[in-house]
Design a protein. Sequence first.
Length: 269
Amino acid sequence: QMNHLKLAIYQSGGIQTKEANLAGLEQIAIECASKKVDLLVVTEVYLTGYAVDFTATAESIDGPSIQKVKSIAAKLNLSILFGYPEISPESPKIIYNSVILLDKDGSTLFNYRKTHLWGSHEREHFTPGDGPPPIVKISGSDLNISALICWDIEYPEPARYLAVKGAQVILVPAANGDNMVFVQDKMVPTRAFENNVFVVYANRVGEEGKFVLPGASVVCGPDGEVLCSCKDQEELAFVDLDFNQEKYRQKEQQNEYLTFRRPGPFWNP
């Protein structure tokens, strides 16, 4: 079944060393492989945690941490979406809030840099990314996959852009605070429904510095229904994404937003 994907969200949090976070990833990845998972999604800046000085912890895409994640993916035949603070190849002073999507052989499918930086903590440390993520397939699945990061999904334009380009699954690692679970409750289902896509929102959980992160990770189908949701503790959640279901095909015929939208110049402020 090529239009199908078995996915896992690892909802985690807290501040630990990079080594500890990578060791934790490896244990989770082993469990995922034993359950025949295709794709493991971890949180925003999983490598370091969120409430840290990213200038001290960021790494290049060729650095030892990404090499380690690649080796885990290849060893276990598991695609991984991994969040980390990325040092720009242009200058060590430029740091991006990035996610890298690895295929099951450990090769890089894309590296996306967060476009919309939320709050002073992020804007102090990070430079905004300057391009949309590509849309790719992982080995063994025909589903068109892309990614955004946290605040990106709260804008209608990035998800709509990806949907128009043919995305069927949008992966969203996040570090969304406990005063904004409106995002998981209302915005994520809406983005899924209005764009006819799966949205996979993997949030951090626990207290980090002044940030209280509630987890509440969620996966929504193209009909806006919640397929899977997490509570407020560390959790590994599994969900099957199957775009071929009859209810999704019917919904596409009934809500033809993408077919009949008229993207005239007056809609693009």
